[in-house]
Design a protein around this ligand. Structure first.
Ligand code: TYD
Ligand code: MG
Length: 453
């Protein structure tokens, strides 16, 4: 008789299953991600699959009208979701522990309940008392919002069938387990099986399910990467531990675009929406300081103004120090090489530190020109006019290349009271010839831009 396997190896990054341990995952190519877990489940009573259940249909017969959508009470979140919650969808909210996932979802539940929806919040992490303390901070709860502390997903399923809620929150998927899977909660197979059960519940009964997933270092606990393939929508809640703002980013969305973000601020009474992120990012900006340039980056369809700071200091080291916080290090090195070769600045004699103020992370090429100007401004100790916004991509020969959505960027600058904008000449040529209400300075090369300092 064939020996039945009792354990298998799973890649903790992508969920790939293998009979033996491997150093590198053949599926996602990550190293050292395999963990051993018991496999085996109890025989399903139905046994082997009978005749196929569905039959192929023509697309023309499919009803394409979008399912019901309802608002969360947070326009920022609605936008990231593509216009509200889709009934019967499965949404994963990922993020570091302590970033505010439970708070956000509790506030969403509160809004939904106040709108007359039936909501069930299942917590596997916190006691009812802890939830009550948090709820006291976010404000009074009205309507049908019920809480349940439970980690066994099979009984959660029963509860959902009995209660028939409109929305269910599972906080968090790493604490849930299914009886038929032998490995521990949080392991790759538990997370995968739990999610597939939740998917059946969502699709079968039209309940919208929000799943909270912790992002942890590789190792025992499966990161939500395994889940990303299974759910409809993946949102990441990110932010700097030291800054109060939080960004909700859509990375996958079967019901809308993915490059939208929502900006929130964590305060005394839970999360609050930040309607004007540019204003928020530029708060407390130093006036007339050299090495600081306001840039305009796009997050999805949203322009955000940010302050790019650079500090160039004479180096005493053979290899000068370079750091880039909030932006791509290699990009900064490349821009410094451009300055060295094309503009004859002896960058190799300087240590250089580039930072996006406020802890925001941004890798858009449109920031290039602002980084270059900030470096030169610091080097020459000559500030750029503080009412000027800069954007443009810099190429290897020192040319300034066009960037998408220039008009939106200009109008954001105008909205925040800036008086001038340094932008690629190519973008300026393409713009409609109406009075923009702001001085537009088109540049073709990095040298042109530096001349404006
Ligand atoms: P939490 O939602 O528990 O994080 P997660 O579920 O992602 O692990 O939020 C944690 C942090 O938010 C915690 O450090 C306390 C802080 N917080 C506030 O600053 N103000 C508030 O009103 C609330 C409810 C939490
Ligand atoms: Mg939590």
């Amino acid at each position: 008789m064939a020996k039945t396997r009792t354990t298998a190896f799973f890649c903790s990054a992508c969920g790939y299953e293998s009979a033996k341990w491997m150093g590198q995952c053949p599926s996602c190519r990550q190293w050292n991600t395999f963990v051993e877990e018991p496999v085996g489940r109890k025989e399903s009573p139905s046994g082997r699959r009978q005749a196929p259940a569905g039959k192929p249909v023509l697309l023309s017969e499919v009803d394409a009208s979008e399912g019901e959508r309802f608002p969360t009470g947070f326009p920022e979140l609605d936008r990231v979701l593509g216009g509200g919650i889709v009934a019967g969808s499965l949404v994963l909210v990922g993020g570091d522990p302590g970033i505010g996932k439970s708070t956000l979802l509790l506030q969403v539940c509160r809004n939904l309940a106040a709108d007359g929806r039936k909501v069930l919040y299942i917590s596997g992490e916190e006691s009812l008392r802890q939830i009550k303390l948090r709820a006291a901070r976010v404000g009074e709860i009205r309507g049908d919002l019920r809480f349940l502390c439970e980690t066994c997903l099979d009984s959660v399923q029963e509860q959902i069938q009995r209660e028939q809620p409109d929305v269910v929150i599972i906080d968090s998927i790493q604490t849930m387990y299914r009886e038929e899977v032998t490995s521990a909660p949080g392991s790759v197979s538990q997370v995968r099986e739990s999610t597939s059960l939740l998917m059946q519940i969502a699709k079968g009964s039209g309940v919208t399910v929000f799943i909270v997933g912790h992002v942890t270092k590789e190792g025992v606990v499966a990161g939500p990467r395994v889940l990303e393939h299974m759910v409809d929508t993946v949102l990441y809640f990110e932010g700097d531990r030291h800054a109060s703002y939080r960004i909700l980013r859509g990375v996958k969305n079967r019901f809308g675009s993915t490059n939208e973000i929502g900006v929130f601020e964590m305060g005394e009474h839970g999360l609050e929406e930040v309607e004007n992120p540019s204003e928020f990012m530029l708060e407390g900006r130093p006036q007339g300081a050299s090495g600081a340039v306001v840039a305009c980056a796009m997050e999805g369809t949203r322009p955000i103004l940010l302050e790019v700071q650079a500090l160039a200091a004479q180096s005493n080291l053979g290899i000068p120090r370079r750091t880039a916080a909030g932006t791509d290090y290699n990009r900064v090195s490349l821009l410094m090489a451009v300055l060295e070769r094309r503009c004859r600045y002896e960058m190799s004699r300087y240590d250089a530190y580039v930072n996006i103020a406020g802890g925001m992370k941004m890798n858009e090429p449109a920031l290039d020109l602002a980084i270059v100007l900030a470096l030169v401004s610091s080097l020459k100790d000559r500030p750029l006019d503080e009412k000027t916004v800069v954007f443009g991509e810099v190429g290897l020969s020192g040319e300034v290349r066009s960037v998408p959505m220039a008009e939106q960027r200009v109008s954001e600058a105008l909205k925040l009271g800036f008086e001038a904008c340094i932008l690629p000449q190519i973008n300026l040529d393409k713009m409609k010839k109406t009075d923009p209400g702001i001085r537009l300075l088109g540049v073709r090369t990095v040298q042109d831009a530096i001349a404006l300092l």
